[in-house]
Design a protein around this ligand. Sequence first.
Ligand code: PLP
Length: 386
Amino acid sequence: MKGHFPTDKFSTLATPFYYYDTDLLRRTLAEINAEAGKYNGFTVHYAIKANANPKILNIIRESGMGADCVSGGEIEASIKAGFSPEKIVFAGVGKSDWEINLGLEKDIFCFNVESIAELDVINELAQKAGKTAMVAFRINPDIGAHTHANITTGLAENKFGIAMADMETAIRHSEQLNNVQFKGLHFHIGSQIMDMNDFMALCNRINELQDRLEKSHIWVEHINVGGGLGIDYQHPNRVPIPDFKGYFATYAKHLKLRDGQKLHFELGRSVVGQCGSLITKVLYVKQGTAKQFAIVDAGMTDLIRPALYHAFHKIENISNDGPVGTYDVVGPICESSDVFAKQAEINRCQRGDLIAIRSAGAYGEIMASQYNCRRLPAGYTSEELI
Ligand SMILES: *Cc1c(COP(=O)(O)O)cnc(C)c1O
C-alpha cells in the first residue's frame, strides 16, 4: 500500500520539498485531545523542535496545545505562531542569558531547570527584571528507554537533568531564593519509544520520588513527563496515528497524581511525524558492480535522520506502479552516509520519477542544513496545493 499524493500538483514544484498532509495532522490532534481529555488535569504541549514550520505551528496552536521550547528561537517562533506565553514551557541544559531574559520578559508558564547553577542565574536575572520565574526541576530518573542510544536521555550517564539524589537540595535551595518559585518536576526519558513499559517505569519512579517529597512536606503543583511516544516508521499508511489511547491510559493507570496535581506532556514526533513526507526526484539510475543506485535530488542536508541515527524511512515511488526493483536510494552529498535506504524494494525507477520518503514530518525539515551550499527544502501543505 502506498500513500495518497497529489502528484499532478507536484509536477510544477521544484524538488526536493516537504509535503504535509494537514488532514492527517488535524485528525492526529483531534485524537490527542480526545484521549488526553478523558483524564482530569492532563495538559499537552507540542515540542516545537520536532517541526517549526509556521503553517504546521498554526494548526497545532489552533488545536489548543501549549508549546514546549528548548531555545530562545523556539520561544520566538511559538509566540509568532500565536501560542500564548502562559502555555509555554522552556527546557534545555544550556540556556543562555538572553534566552532566560526572553522567557522572563514574556512571562512564560515555566522554566524547566536542569542544574542548581542555572537556577541561581535565573533567580539573578529575574531579580534584575523585577520578576518571579516559575520553575520546575528536570530530574534525571535513570531510566533507559528501548530506543536508539543517541535519543535516550534519562540515563544517569546522559547530560540532562538533576540527579535524583540532589532533588530535595534543589527544591530547598529554590525556597531560599526570592525571584524563583518552585512549581513542578519535569522528566523526559527519550524519543521514539514504542514500549509502554518504558513509560510505566517512569511512572513508578515518579511515584517513589513523590513519596519521598511528601515525607519532606514538599508540595508539587505539576508533573511534566516530557514526550517520547514513537511512530510506526514501517507502516505509515496502516498506522498513521500513534496509540495515544494506550499512551495516556498508561499514565492514568500507573502515575499516582496527588489531589489537584496537573500532569503535563510534551509530544513532538508523535504529533507531526506521520503527516510529513520528503518528496524528491530521481536524477539517475546507476548500475554499480553489486547493486543498483537510485540517485535522488534530496540528500542528508534535507533529511539527516538516516545518516545520523541509521533511521528507517519507508520509500515509495509515487510516479510509477511498474514492477518492483531493488535500489540503494542515495543523495548527491559528498558523504558516504548520505544514504536514505539500502536494498529498498520500490517500483522500478527512471529519471524524473517522484519519490516519497515517508514519516518525515518530525526532525526532518527543521534539521535541514546548507552543507554543500545547498538550498533549504521548501515545505507545502496539502491545503495550499488544492
Ligand atoms: C525533544 C523533547 C521532547 C519531544 O520528544 P518527542 O520524542 O519528539 O515526543 C519533549 N520534551 C523535551 C524536554 C525534549 O527535549
